[in-house]
Design a protein around this ligand. Structure first.
Ligand code: C2E
Ligand code: MG
Ligand code: MG
Length: 424
């Protein structure tokens, strides 16, 4: 009430404040109301002003289905255009926004996206769209606004995903769960964004009504230097499958990473190797291009992923029932698809990979025979040693090639190190 100069005005504003707070009784985010528009306006940051004066642009980053190699969705990402033409990315403008602005931002982005999606539909591209919602905006007001937008009917709610940032303790609260359930009841999909970027309880994950998890880019962008993190990607895939949710991998920055995560069987991929975020017109051109059809694996990082996937699959079946796997096929490394890939890629100049691959197959065949003879044995150390020696050799060739091609030397970790835990 700082800008009031008369008693009358003060009483009027007090009255308005009372009504406002009654309107939002159930919403703890709005348990207090700030009045005094004039003061508020003069203090607005440049980013807030751009948001107020129509400087928002919505850019789209394609999300690829790795199995069909088709773009199936887009993430709508906010940009602000300054009066001098400069484009502000969220990194620059988000710190200048306040809690109350986040809902207006998501609302404006969603409104634009719901206008753009039908344009793409008309051209034959039926994509889903995901929009970022800050956890502080997950409120009754947000649900009301969402309900209104959906009622306009331009896009079926099942084609809208709301991405909520993991890591805020908001998601740990019962009230959050109730709001998310209300959102789901509107028919939209919910995704947890940047999973693994902050501490979050895996136990909580199973209680949240989410349809999708987006793994934090931190695990993916660095895969060329930390290929062992692919083991972690595999573990997250299992977790997502166990929870019955989709997994989207972000930060697919290079062709080699694209190859590796495709081989791992991650179904939804997003990153610079596919496309950077772009305005609608550019997206239309991008979607009109014929996708190139690549065979996988096509890189040594992909070959590493292939061996990892193959090993995990073999180990799982042998553990389930060693009789399911035929000893003679197992001991013969040449009948393994990894052998065919090594040949096709022509990477084994001195025959070292072939030797290590054979040693691996001998070790796993012996383990299979051992488990048939004595089902209680559980010492996989010989198999693991052989598997690690092969993985290490693949990565050494990979690194040497990169250095030969002028890339900075990569610091491949010793695969016996535990999985990086600094993200959790
Ligand atoms: P996010 O939701 O995780 O979005 C992905 C960000 O990663 C985008 O940055 C995108 O440009 C970038 N990215 C995508 N692929 C790659 C890659 O291969 N390598 C690298 N290095 N980066 C990649 P952007 O657009 O700058 O957005 C940053 C963050 O800002 C978003 O992260 C999201 O948390 C937030 N944000 C963006 N738009 C909105 C919005 O409308 N509302 C809210 N509340 N937050 C938003
Ligand atoms: Mg996001
Ligand atoms: Mg993200």
């Amino acid at each position: 009430f700082l800008d009031t100069d008369t008693g009358d005005k003060l009483l009027r504003l007090a009255d308005q404040a009372l009504y406002k707070s009654k309107e939002n009784k159930a919403d703890p985010e709005r348990s207090w109301v700030l009045f005094g528009e004039e003061i508020h306006k003069t203090q607005r940051t440049p980013a807030q002003q751009m948001l107020d004066t129509g400087g928002l642009e919505v850019w789209y980053q394609p999300i690829l289905d790795s199995r069909t190699r088709k773009v199936v969705g887009v993430e709508a990402l906010a940009r602000l255009r300054d009066t001098d033409g400069t484009l502000w990315t969220p990194e620059k403008f988000l710190p200048q926004l306040q809690n109350a602005d986040f809902l207006s931002l998501s609302k404006a982005v969603l409104t634009q996206a719901l206008a753009d999606v039908p344009i793409l539909d008309a051209q034959g591209w039926r994509l889903w769209v995901s929009v970022n919602i800050d956890p502080v905006s997950v409120s009754e007001a947000c649900i009301a606004c969402l309900r209104e937008m959906i009622a306009q009917g331009s896009v079926n709610p099942s084609r809208i995903t709301l991405e909520i940032l993991e890591g805020s303790n908001f998601l740990e609260q019962q009230a959050a769960l109730e709001r998310l359930l209300e959102m789901k009841a509107l028919g939209v999909h919910l995704a947890l964004d940047d999973v693994g970027s902050a501490y979050s309880s895996l136990l909580r994950l199973k209680d949240l009504p989410i349809d999708e998890i987006k793994l934090d880019q931190g695990f993916i962008r660095t895969l060329e230097n930390r290929p062992h993190d692919l083991h972690f990607v595999g573990a997250i895939q299992e977790l997502a499958a166990g929870l019955g949710v989709e997994l989207v991998v972000e930060g697919v920055e290079t062709e080699d990473i694209l190859d590796a995560v495709t081989v791992m069987g991650v179904s939804l991929l997003q990153g610079y190797a596919i496309a950077k975020p772009m305005p609608l017109a550019e997206l239309q051109t991008f979607l009109g291009r014929t996708p190139s059809h690549q065979q996988h694996p096509n890189s040594l990082l992909g070959l590493y992923a292939k061996q990892l996937v193959h090993h995990n699959a073999l180990k799982k079946s042998i553990r389930q029932d060693p009789r399911l796997v035929d000893y003679m096929t197992l001991v013969d490394a040449t009948s393994c698809p990894v052998h065919a890939d090594m040949q096709r890629l022509g990477v084994d100049r001195d025959g070292l990979l072939d030797k290590l691959h054979q040693a691996y197959h001998r070790a796993i065949a012996v383990m299979d025979a051992l488990l048939i003879a004595s089902p209680d044995s559980d010492d996989w150390s010989e198999v693991e040693r052989a598997q690690k020696a092969l993985e290490q050799a693949i990565m050494e060739i990979y690194c040497n090639r990169k250095t030969e091609n002028g890339h900075p030397a990569c610091a491949i970790e010793n695969p016996t190190d535990p999985i990086a835990t600094d993200h959790f």
